[in-house]
Design a protein around this ligand. Structure first.
Ligand code: AMP
Length: 219
């Protein structure tokens, strides 16, 4: 089964993809994580995309399409995958259709996680993760039990994404509405779009998403 999670920054795509990976044996493919790894490794691509990401803009379609094409050809994607953060433009969506068709694959569903902009800025600017194990937290909604200590692994170093500041979040939301939201009618016309309410707790959102997935053929 191959799924796309679509939604604005801060909608919880990464968290939900992680749950789906755990329960349905699908591989989470986050283009944002791939790009951050490229930056951290000091690679040529990382150097090219850093300023664009820090500004909250989209990395050029050609770069991201090539990156994803290579990724879905890996053996760990054979059992199906969840795209988290891709496609983000119509050009990417069309390229995805072509690359899947070339491999005899298709999308089973595109799940839109709908959240109003007003909730997103606070959600994003408060989030941080453990630098050691990657567990996610939030200053207000999900603080660590003991200040400065990761609940999951006891780690004491935490990281915040460079683009999770209020100014960049606003730019990312604008980009979502102008470049990514046109994918909603695109997938609705193909009969692939499912929408869930992403405003509540992550567990509540996941109940809706897992319900959608279980109702799919083969789910
Ligand atoms: P994310 O982790 O999905 O929020 O992505 C973080 C940043 O990576 C975005 O703001 C973009 O700069 C870049 N990015 C991730 N995925 C894509 C994509 N599919 N197309 C273009 N840029 C992307």
């Amino acid at each position: 089964m191959n799924l796309v999670l679509l939604g604005p920054p801060g909608a919880g795509k990464g968290t939900q993809a992680h749950y789906l990976e755990r329960d349905f044996g699908l591989k989470q493919l986050s283009t944002g994580d791939m790009l951050r790894a490229a930056i951290a490794s000091g690679s040529e691509i990382g150097k090219q995309v850093k300023a664009t990401m820090d500004a909250g803009k989209l990395v050029p379609d050609a770069v991201i399409i090539a990156m994803l094409q290579e990724r879905i050809a890996q053996p760990d994607c054979k059992g199906g995958f969840i795209l988290d953060g891709f496609p983000r433009s119509l050009t990417q969506a069309e390229a995805l259709d072509k690359m899947l068709a070339a491999r005899g694959l298709s999308l089973d569903a595109v799940i839109e996680i709908r959240v109003d902009d007003q909730f997103l800025v606070e959600r994003i600017t408060g989030r941080f993760t453990c630098g050691k194990c990657g567990a996610g937290y939030h200053d207000r909604f999900k603080p660590t039990r003991q200040a400065g200590v990761c609940d999951a692994c006891g780690g004491k170093d935490f990281v915040r994404r460079a683009d999770d500041n209020a100014e960049t979040v606003r730019a990312r939301l604008q980009v979502y509405h102008s470049q990514t939201a046109p994918l909603l009618p695109y997938y609705r016309a193909k009969g692939r779009l499912r929408t869930v309410d992403g405003a509540g707790e992550m567990d509540m959102v996941y109940r809706q998403i897992s319900g959608v997935v279980k109702a799919l053929p083969g789910g």
